[in-house]
Design a protein around this ligand. Structure first.
Ligand SMILES: *[C@@H]1O[C@H](CO)[C@@H](O)[C@H](O)[C@H]1NC(C)=O
Ligand SMILES: *[C@@H]1O[C@H](CO)[C@@H](O)[C@H](O)[C@H]1NC(C)=O
Ligand SMILES: *[C@@H]1O[C@H](CO)[C@@H](O)[C@H](O)[C@H]1NC(C)=O
Length: 366
C-alpha cells in the first residue's frame, strides 16, 4: 500500500512502501525563529546564568534546551557564550540542595532530568565529553531514586520526602537513558536501564484508556493505580521523544505504534487540541502556574523528534498549523508570544517565550 496524503501515523507505519511527503511549506522561517530567540534572550540574566531568575529553576534548563535545539537545527553558534556561562554557574552546588553537590543534581528528579537532556544535546553539538559525563552523573543520581518498594518500581519524584511516582520523572529518565545509549558506542548498560524503565512505565497504568498520560500514580498499600491527575501536555510530549530514542536503540516497531497512539490522542483531544490548536488544560480555567506555559513547547519539541523518524512525517501538518495560529494570533510586534496559541496575545515571560521558540524550531526543516 503506497503512502497517501493525510494518512495517519499508524497507517504509515503499516504501509509497505512510503512515498515521502512533498516538502511542506513551513511558515516558520529562519527569520521568524531567530527573532523569537532574540526576544527570549531578553530574559537572560548573565549574572545568574538564568532566564528570568525569579522563574522556576527547571525553566532555565528548558530554555537552554530550546536554545541548543535552535543552534543544532540552524547551525548557528551565536549563543555559545551564554550556554557556557549558564553551565558554569548553574552546575555549581545549588543553594537549596547543596547535598546534590552540583552538576544539576537537584531536589526533585525531574528538575535534574531537564538539565541532563540539555547536556546530551550540548555534547552532540560540541563533542566535548565533559557534557556527556555530567549527563551520566545525572542518570546515576536519578536512578538512585528508583524504588521497588511500591508500584513494582519506578523513579520517585520528590527527593526530600521520597514520595510520588509520576509520569514526568519517569519519562525524562526513559529519554535520558535511551539517549545516552544512542550516544555511547557499544553501550549495553543504559539500554538495559531504558528497557527497565519502559517495561515498568507501560505496565504502571499511567497511560489511560484514551491513550493519554495522566500525571502520576496513587499508592494503595504497595500497589498503585493511575491517579487521574491532569493530562498536562508535557506528559504527552517527553514520552514521544523517549520512545523515539528507544526505537532508534532497538528497532522495535511497537514503540513507534505506542508513540503514535499517544500523539494521535493529543491532536484529536477536545481538551488538548480544541479546534486543532494545542492548549494546556490550565488555559481554559486561567489557572496556569509559572510552570504550565512551558509545557506546550516540551510537547512540540518531542513531537518533532518523533516525526523526524516516522515515514511520511504525519505530524508536520499539525506543527505547521500551530505555527500559523501562534504567529498570526498570539504575537506582539516585538516578537514576544503569549500563552494561548489560538490567541489573543496576553503577556509574556520565559515559559511562554520558550514554548514559542520550541514550536518555531520544531517546525523548521531539520
Ligand atoms: C567555558 O569557556 C571557557 C573558556 O572558553 C572554557 O575554558 C570552559 O571549559 C568552558 N566551560 C564550560 C563548562 O563549557
Ligand atoms: C528493582 O527491580 C528491578 C526489576 O524490575 C531490578 O532489575 C532491580 O535490580 C531492582 N532494584 C533493587 C534495588 O532491588
Ligand atoms: C511585547 O511584549 C513585551 C513583553 O511583554 C513587551 O516588553 C514589549 O514592549 C511588547 N511590544 C510591544 C510593541 O507592545
Amino acid at each position: 500500500m503506497p503512502w497517501v496524503i493525510g494518512a495517519s501515523c499508524l497507517a504509515l507505519l503499516a504501509a509497505v512502501t512510503v512515498v515521502q511527503a512533498a516538502p511542506s511549506n513551513p511558515i516558520a522561517s529562519l527569520h521568524v525563529t531567530s527573532a523569537a530567540v532574540e526576544s527570549m534572550m531578553d530574559f537572560y540574566d548573565p549574572v545568574t546564568g538564568r532566564w528570568q531568575p525569579d522563574a522556576p529553576w527547571w525553566t532555565t534548563g528548558n530554555a537552554l534546551q530550546a536554545l541548543l535545539d535552535y543552534m543544532t537545527k540552524t547551525g548557528s553558534r551565536q549563543y555559545m557564550p551564554q550556554v557556557n556561562n549558564t553551565v558554569v554557574i548553574q552546575s555549581a552546588p545549588l543553594p537549596w540542595w547543596p547535598s546534590g553537590d552540583g552538576d544539576f543534581r537537584a531536589d526533585s528528579t525531574d528538575d535534574t532530568g531537564w538539565w541532563a537532556l540539555a547536556m546530551v544535546r550540548l555534547y552532540q553539538l560540541t563533542r566535548d565529553p565533559k557534557y556527556l559525563t555530567i549527563a551520566r552523573e545525572d542518570e546515576a543520581y536519578i536512578y538512585s531514586f528508583w524504588d521497588n518498594s511500591t508500584c513494582g518500581g519506578g523513579i520517585l519524584w520528590d527527593i526530600p520526602t521520597r514520595s510520588y511516582k509520576n509520569a514526568i520523572s519517569n519519562e525524562l529518565y526513559l529519554k535520558l537513558t535511551a539517549s545516552l545509549h544512542n550516544n555511547i558506542p557499544n553501550d549495553k548498560f543504559y539500554l538495559s536501564r531504558a528497557l527497565q524503565e519502559w517495561e515498568w512505565f507501560k505496565a504502571s497504568g499511567m497511560i489511560n484508556s484514551a491513550n493519554l498520560v495522566n500525571d502520576g500514580l496513587s499508592t494503595q498499600g504497595t500497589t498503585c493505580i493511575n491517579n487521574g491527575g491532569t493530562t498536562y501536555t508535557y506528559n504527552q510530549g517527553v514520552i514521544l521523544g523517549g520512545l523515539a530514542q528507544l526505537y532508534m536503540a532497538t528497532g522495535d516497531q511497537s514503540l513507534l505504534e505506542t508513540a503514535c497512539r499517544i500523539a494521535d490522542a493529543v491532536i484529536s483531544s477536545p481538551l488538548l487540541s480544541p479546534n486543532g490548536i494545542l492548549t494546556e488544560p490550565c488555559e481554559a480555567t486561567e489557572t496556569c502556574d509559572p510552570d504550565g506555559p512551558a509545557f506546550k513547547g516540551v510537547f512540540v519539541r518531542n513531537l518533532d523528534e518523533l516525526d523526524n523518524i516516522l515515514p511520511g512525517h504525519p505530524y508536520r501538518r499539525y506543527l505547521n498549523d500551530q505555527v500559523r495560529s501562534m504567529y498570526t494570533a498570539d504575537r506582539n510586534s516585538s516578537n514576544f508570544y503569549g500563552l494561548k496559541w489560538a490567541g489573543p496575545f496576553d503577556q509574556t515571560e520565559i515559559a511562554r517565550q520558550t514554548s514559542a521558540v520550541s514550536l518555531l524550531v520544531a517546525a523548521l526543516e531539520g
